[in-house]
Design a protein around this ligand. Sequence first.
Ligand code: GLA
Ligand code: ZN
Length: 669
Amino acid sequence: MEKKFQRILYGGDYNPNQWPKEIWDEDMRIFKNAHINSATINVFSWAKIQPSEEEYNFAQLDEIVDMLSEENYDIVLATSTAALPAWMVKKYPEVARTDYEGRHHKFGQRHNACANSLVYQKYAATLAGKLAERYGDNERIVCWHINNEYGGDCYCEKCEKAFRVWLKKKYKTLEALNKAWNLEFWGHTVHEWDEIVLPNALSEGLFDDNTAFAGISIDYRRFNSDSMLDNYKMERDAIRRFDKETVITTNLMGTYKGLDYFKWAKEMDIVSWDNYPSYDTTWSFTAMNHDLMRGLKNAPFMLMEQTPSQQNWQKYNSLKRPGQMRAQSYQTVAHGADTIQFFQLRRSAGACEKFHGAVIEHVGTENTRVFREVQQLGMELENLGDATLGSVNESEVGIVFDWDNYWALEYTSGPSVDLTYVKHIHQYYKFFYDKNIGVDMIPFDADFSKYKVVVAPVLYMVKEGMREALEEFTANGGALITTYMSGIVDQSDNVHLGGYPGPLRELAGVWVEEIDALAPEQSNEVIFDDGTKAKCGLVCDLMHLEGAESLAKYGSDFYKGMPAATKNKYGNGVTYYIGTDIEEEGLNKILEMAVESADVNPVISEKSELEITCRKADNHSFYFVMNFTDKDLQVPSSLAGNMDMLTGETVKEEEILSKYDVKLILVDN
Ligand code: GLA
Ligand code: ZN
């Protein structure tokens, strides 16, 4: 168990630089009153700190750092490199990005730098280094926050050149590259490295954001992710020259598509992320995001941002209902967070985030519902002290999440445009969530042997080594669950020839001959051996048994009677192959079989509609019990008699939790 911090950081983005100094004292007083102990500063101040190419001015930042240090705040110090200063774009237009349509951008917005601009790289790294040199030995600084929400992409000529270099390193020869991208197709063979262009609307763009060569686009995604990661590493290394110890992070965005976060996490000391569910995001989806962020390093993470009340950038920015922010915060801790931080501490007066919630609202006083809720949570977290820090979530189930697969599945042209990656992963996650079965979100090269069940939905791309790893896992007694659109292509998006699901064929004991695609208004049904039926659609695999047994068959169409879901003994284990998108009840029937045969245990044995997770410390366990339903629900009786750490009271038999109520129950191991 490793504690990265001394206490749960409670605070968030704080931009006193946007306010007159008279307000700062008032801020300090109000934060103390809210039991806020941390502030994230300097996220967007590049133009202030470096007003021109030659000039650096840290006067105001010095004052802010001093003020917060004197008041004993834990400071998260950002490097400010996520929005270009105007002078830089004016003097060096190359630092701005060129978009998918090929338009070169002017000054404006944020997250706007070309990752392959040497000018940007030089000034970003210099700034990070100067900040570390100046503030690195301040003990109140507990974390470095590099840039902000890295994302987006660039299609400029510098990126094109850098792409060629990246490709040369990967493929060594043009022959290998032509083969990997299957460039004989449409006669796209290249004979010189500089014939390679970036895949955008001006080149390989098809419809939507698809391209004629998914293989090129997937490599571009990898390259773009690596380019930004290099930016991150450059700043990190600049900081490390002056500060050897303080943890370094950058704030991620859950299932954000653009960056391969598993690769990123290897370079980060701790994962942090920004959680912005919208009014219709399900709690299971948010839980999955947390588990993914924990899974990146298989370790506790930071919640770098959430809004105390409302967002501005979604279509409909509903208020968080009374108790909702508190419940959301505990759900975050329940899944592995060691910090709770807000965006932001004082609501901005102008520009596009003036309708974004904050701890201090426009009225400027503590006399608000939002403040009172922040204050209550602050008190509770303060009382928890460092108890939960570093404690671990243990899971018997692993769900594979893989950015290469994310890209490949969504780039591929056919069989259905509705084959989106995250939605399908969540469909499977939800089954376990509803049963309070802990899940780790794992990379394709995880140590599968830790798990009783491994779920790999839409494992479209099976990369080198994966077949062997999954076969070993299953042969040793594991239960593998995989689905339609699995085992189809290799790492370059070329089909594993010889029949679907390619490398998984033996493991699944089936051969998929054809894949039908059903429009949203079309459906088929699956019929289980016991006669129960469930609707299915999206895609239907037409498969033949090659050792597997059928669990359910199609109910109509010309493939009526063919197997739709199967089970195959493999060594000491078993593979479940689900050949079509089955509605929840039917899908759950199959997942239920898998869970039962693999003897998977929920966090507590009693069934409950409450969300319950467990984090383990050395001598005790923390059970987080949360009600996200509209009903009053009873706390499982096996938890009664233990202490609720949030109230200090003993949990009674038949204790009732209403919507958004939370208990954090301490149980000795
Ligand atoms: C992101 C950014 C913040 C802020 C919030 C608003 O997460 O990191 O700077 O813009 O969104 O929700
Ligand atoms: Zn570029």
